[in-house]
Design a protein around this ligand. Structure first.
Ligand SMILES: [Zn+2]
Length: 376
């Protein structure tokens, strides 16, 4: 997806976005801000747009619908263009990780992954391989926060995940308590439960809601003209109200992952015969793309399980995998609620195990076993 050229290109959540723009224009943007919303809702994009609005050399203003001044950005000055270079977050993180790999062992241990394309703006992603925000990263943040910005009006820190190591979260508290007047800290979170209550209570929260499926389908008609009506509707459902995710959604890849997820379920259903299941888990073991594939499988599996819960609850209209409704209804009739609950728990365990960098195939096999065990 092309990076927005203005706030108007940012899809959805107009009221929240205008509120934040008005706050910037009035010089009242909260210094500690949580951008809360589902994956794909555009939290990171919005964080960068707000940063550009804070730092832009030209500080353009627009009149909002209610007469308020709304901050904008030019997208062309040296501050805007450098900040926009952080947009490709995954590539920037890969570069930082590769640079760390080149280091001597002693330095490697001390080096945390950070993304910086502007001297006053620091992006703090979860540090691999554990994918948690670590103490070293927060120490750097605290250190920089003590110095005045050098090339723009503010120092902005964007923390792209709410998964912190405990010491890191505790250490962040100190800055959140009394941030210097030129410092803005933006925290991205999927749900507030991920954050320590002490962190939460020191931040303002801007909630990005999911968009209705028909609004997303409408957007897709413009942005993904190659999709037909059925594909658009399915994509809109599957992207769960997240415009960014819908635009980047790979239906074919999802369908492949979901076919594997259904194979797992059918293997669990038929009880004794594990052949299909083991054949499938083996394909997840090897290869560099193993992790991506595994993550896709886990997502598909949880989407399918959630649909089964909805079908059991008689809420068929909220099912997301609409093209597989009949098959899912049959599965929902086969498994009882306790089994599905155990499967969801197993799924959580695998996902947190992956965060702790356990061997992927081992935890996947463990999940498969647990699913069969819970049934039997
Ligand atoms: Zn600018």
């Amino acid at each position: 997806m092309a990076f927005p050229k203005s706030f108007d290109d940012f899809v959805g959540n107009r009221t929240v976005v205008d509120g934040l723009r008005a706050a910037i224009a009035a010089g009242r943007l909260p210094h500690s801000l949580i951008l809360l919303g589902p994956r794909g809702a555009g939290r990171y994009t919005l964080a960068l747009l707000l940063t550009m609005a804070l730092e832009c050399e030209r500080q353009p203003r627009e009149m909002g619908p209610d007469g308020r001044d709304l901050a904008g950005f030019c997208g062309e000055c040296r501050n805007c263009t450098r900040i926009a270079e952080s947009a490709e977050l995954d590539s920037r993180i890969e570069e930082a990780v590769a640079a760390r790999e080149e280091m001597r062992e002693v330095d490697k241990k001390e080096t945390r992954v950070l993304v910086q394309t502007h001297p006053d703006v620091l992006i703090v992603p979860p540090d691999p391989p554990q994918l948690l925000i670590k103490l070293g990263q927060i120490r750097t943040l605290i250190n920089r926060a003590q110095r005045l910005p050098t090339e723009s009006p503010a120092r902005v820190f964007v923390l792209t995940s709410a998964a912190f190591m405990k010491e890191a979260a505790n250490s962040l508290l100190k800055v959140l308590e009394e941030p210097p007047p030129y410092v803005h800290i933006v925290l991205l979170a999927e749900n507030l439960g991920e954050l320590l209550p002490t962190v939460r209570s020191r931040c303002a929260v801007a909630h990005l809601g999911a968009l209705p499926a028909d609004e997303i389908a409408e957007l897709l008609a413009k942005r993904r003209p190659e999709l037909n009506k059925t594909e658009r509707e399915l994509t809109a459902r599957l992207s769960e109200g997240a415009a960014g995710r819908a635009i980047g959604f790979h239906l074919a890849e999802y369908a492949a992952a979901r076919a594997d997820a259904l194979t797992m379920l059918h293997a669990a259903e038929s009880g004794r015969d594990h052949t299909a299941l083991f054949k499938m888990t083996e394909t997840y073991r090897a290869g560099a793309e193993g992790q991506t594939k595994t993550v896709a499988l886990l997502r598909a599996l949880s989407s399918v399980l959630e649909d089964m819960v909805l079908l059991q609850a008689g809420a068929a209209d909220r099912v997301r995998n609409v093209d597989k409704r009949a098959e899912l209804q049959r599965l929902a009739d086969t498994f009882d609620f306790a089994w599905i609950e155990a499967a969801v728990r197993g799924l959580d365990a695998v996902q947190s195990g992956m965060r702790r960098n356990l061997l992927r195939s081992l935890s996947l096999d463990a999940l498969a076993m647990e699913m069969e065990g819970a049934r039997g």
